[in-house]
Design a binder for this molecule. Structure first.
Ligand code: NDP
Length: 250
């Protein structure tokens, strides 16, 4: 129960990687505010120690209000997992500004608003962990997914820079870069990849599996284990860096 009494927030905590992280945080004794746009999804998965809260990460004003409500209810936020994201792909010549803005609004602006507001609360305490869920697409280019890869590169830059801002402080800022993880995003992506590559859904799934040297999709719990490790008090010297959970993909 390493995180007993700590208040954590996990955006996109109702599904996939976010839910696995929320469960792992609860298992360590944290009170976890899980957020997303769909209350019914959050309520369905919530277990004791999890607190559903609707919060659209593209809506700055809503984030400010809702985060304040969570702090009033459960105390200062000391663990912030900026996980909410969307993964959609288009090649450059088909990427219009509306598509570009949609990806950036969620993956980049959403991460920034979330982390900034959580940090204001964290700064009233003497310990904190900020974790952004980037991607292997944040470590190298991703064919047919330039906007997504750009947003995930930027998230890494954000964590590195915020770590520099607070080097003297007891807070750390790191990114986790998963390869293909078995979540709803990958299920949806199978269709989009098969459409773009002109292959069947089975072949698209095989393309993802084969990028992992263990020939598998990564389990969300593997990503959660890295998040819990970053929350360990002994991880205080891991700051401004990235942890790749990618089966050797990069
Ligand atoms: P999911 O689709 O299961 O998770 C995405 C979550 O983000 C959902 O819970 C969704 O909730 C939430 N979300 C999306 N848009 C918004 C928004 N505007 N406001 C609030 N919440 C939002 O997929 P994953 O678990 O796989 O994805 C989690 C993160 O992991 C993403 O950032 C993704 O880019 C990253 N990632 C995933 C990989 C994979 O292979 N699965 C690989 C590398 C990175 P709701 O729809 O209810 O709002």
């Amino acid at each position: 129960m390493m995180l007993q009494g700590k208040h954590a927030i996990v955006t996109g905590g109702g599904t996939g990687i976010g839910l696995a992280i929320a469960r792992a945080l609860v298992a360590e004794g944290a009170q976890v505010t899980i957020t997303g746009r769909r209350l019914e999804v959050l309520e369905q998965v919530a277990e004791p120690g999890m607190h559903p809260m609707v919060m659209d990460v593209t809506d700055e004003a809503q984030i400010i209000d809702r985060m304040a409500e969570a702090v009033a209810a459960r105390g200062p936020i000391q663990i912030c997992v900026a996980n909410a994201g969307i993964a959609e792909g288009k090649k450059l010549h088909k990427t219009d500004s509306a598509f570009w803005r949609k990806i950036m609004a969620t993956n980049l602006d959403g991460c920034f608003f979330t982390v900034r507001e959580a940090l204001k609360s964290m700064m009233t305490t003497d310990w904190g962990r900020v974790i952004a869920i980037s991607s292997v697409a944040g470590l190298r280019g991703a064919p047919g997914a330039g906007a997504y890869a750009t947003s995930k590169h930027a998230v890494i830059g954000m964590m590195r820079s915020f770590a520099e801002d607070f080097l003297e402080a007891p807070y750390t800022f790191n990114s986790i870069c998963p390869g293909y993880v078995d979540t709803p995003i990958v299920t949806r992506n199978t269709d989009s990849i098969s459409e773009r590559a002109g292959v069947s859904a089975d072949e698209a799934r095989a393309m993802m599996v084969n990028q992992n040297r263990h020939k598998k999709l990564i389990r969300p719990e593997e990503v959660a284990a890295a998040a819990i490790w970053l929350c360990n008090p002994l991880c205080e010297s891991v700051n401004g860096t990235e942890v790749a959970i990618d089966g050797g993909q990069v």
